[in-house]
Design a protein around this ligand. Structure first.
Ligand SMILES: Cc1ncc(COP(=O)(O)O)c(C=O)c1O
Length: 385
């Protein structure tokens, strides 16, 4: 049988994944990577969440390429609450942020075209880009008591085939916001080279303190910009499968992009009616779960900073998001740190999964507090030999 080259993946399980599977089968694993909010002990009002899905109107099929108007208006209100104004006409609903990326890759790129993506970052894009025939080219983020874009390296990474730059704001797993000066640099560079900016803001509402970074929609921008987000993180509802693209920038570019995007979206019409009917209610009620998640993140941060004081590990400076990065000893008993931790019954993500250098591991701030404190205690024992 012949299959496509784009799906010629190595589908075998890697050694670390096999060990994790075995460790999960044994009771007592302290999992510091749990990132599924529906399985982290938060309180969801199940009946209230499900009730709007059964509205009689949801039984009607109203195919709209960008999604139903009332649902898109709810997304516009979400941005208005954050001080950003976006027209409902510029919002396209998708079933996930991954689908949103795929729509944009198909809108902007022909096979072999290039999109710039930060490293370290979440390795979600590799598969989407591969499936859409797009080549990802990395631009480095530098760490000096905080993260910043290496703008010189970004320029060098651009070629004739570059079509877009992806910025994750705040980034996963580094948890830093793109600063205002970087944003100005990015927009100027995109305008100069005729590129689009794709800004993933799924973690925008999860600041470590009350000073959240502003959305890229909050100010007038000069570059054609697509802001992505969705209920998976904004409402803590990954099971509901609803995200969006919000487009802004010079009117002629936005109009041309929306006309084409409409045909991409119309080809799939992937949104279902009940979820669109429920979206306004879920967005209206998002604060309850956001507050639970933020309280967990902040209390885990206080705990980890106390626990790490005077040890061989440090937490890298960050401002937002569901993860934190630890600098740890590279090797323990001849093994990479994450493997040694797993052997001792603690699951952490090896930093190389995200393109971080050796001696870095990533933890989920959504981890339930008891697991967090027991896991950290065990981690530090390993780190301190
Ligand atoms: C930065 C980033 N973007 C997008 C996603 C995926 O979001 P969705 O569930 O909407 O596809 C994730 C998932 O963790 C993420 O970390």
């Amino acid at each position: 049988m012949k299959f496509s080259q784009r799906t010629a993946w190595d589908t075998g399980e890697n050694v670390f994944a096999a060990r994790v599977r075995e460790a999960r089968a044994n009771a007592g694993l302290l999992d510091l990577t749990a990132a599924n909010p529906t399985a982290c002990g938060f309180t969801y009002d199940g009946p209230a969440l499900l009730q709007p899905l059964s509205e009689p109107a949801a039984a009607l099929y109203q195919p709209e390429p960008f999604g139903m108007r009332a649902a898109r208006e709810a997304v516009a209100r979400y941005y208005a609450d954050a001080g950003a104004s976006i027209s409902t006409a510029n919002i396209c609903l998708t079933t996930s942020t991954s689908e949103a990326y795929s729509y944009l890759f198909r809108l902007l790129c022909d096979p072999g075209d290039e999109v710039l993506v930060a490293t370290p970052s979440y390795p979600l894009f590799d598969f989407i880009a591969g499936l859409d025939g797009v080549r990802l080219v990395e631009y480095p983020l530098l760490y000096h008591d905080g993260w910043l874009i290496d703008s010189h390296a970004m320029r060098l990474a651009m070629t004739e085939r570059t079509r877009a730059v992806i910025v994750v704001h705040p980034n996963n797993p580094t948890g830093h916001f793109c600063r205002s000066a970087e944003r100005t640099m990015l927009e100027a560079l995109c305008v100069e080279r005729g590129l689009a900016l794709i800004v993933d803001e799924v973690f925008l509402d999860y600041g470590f303190n009350d000073e959240a970074g502003p959305s890229f929609l909050a100010n007038k921008g000069s570059a054609l910009t697509f802001v992505l987000s969705g209920v998976s993180k904004v409402c803590g509802l990954p099971q509901m499968k609803c995200s969006w693209i919000a487009a802004r920038g010079p009117a002629a570019d936005v109009d041309a992009a929306l006309a084409r995007l409409e045909i991409v979206a119309d080809t799939f019409l992937s949104m279902n009616a009940p979820v669109q009917h429920a979206l306004p209610r879920w967005l209206r009620d998002r604060k309850d779960l956001q507050q639970q998640i933020t309280a967990r993140m902040r209390s885990n941060l206080v705990h980890i900073d106390q626990a790490l004081a005077g040890t061989a590990c440090t937490r890298l400076v960050a401002e937002a998001g569901w993860t934190c990065v630890l600098r740890v000893p590279r090797n323990v008993h001849g093994m990479p740190f994450a493997e040694a931790a797993l052997e001792a019954g603690v699951l952490v993500q090896p930093g190389n999964f995200y393109g971080l250098p050796e001696g870095r591991v990533v933890l989920s701030l959504l981890t339930p507090s008891e697991v967090w404190s027991a896991g950290l205690q065990r981690l530090l024992k390993i780190a301190n030999g």
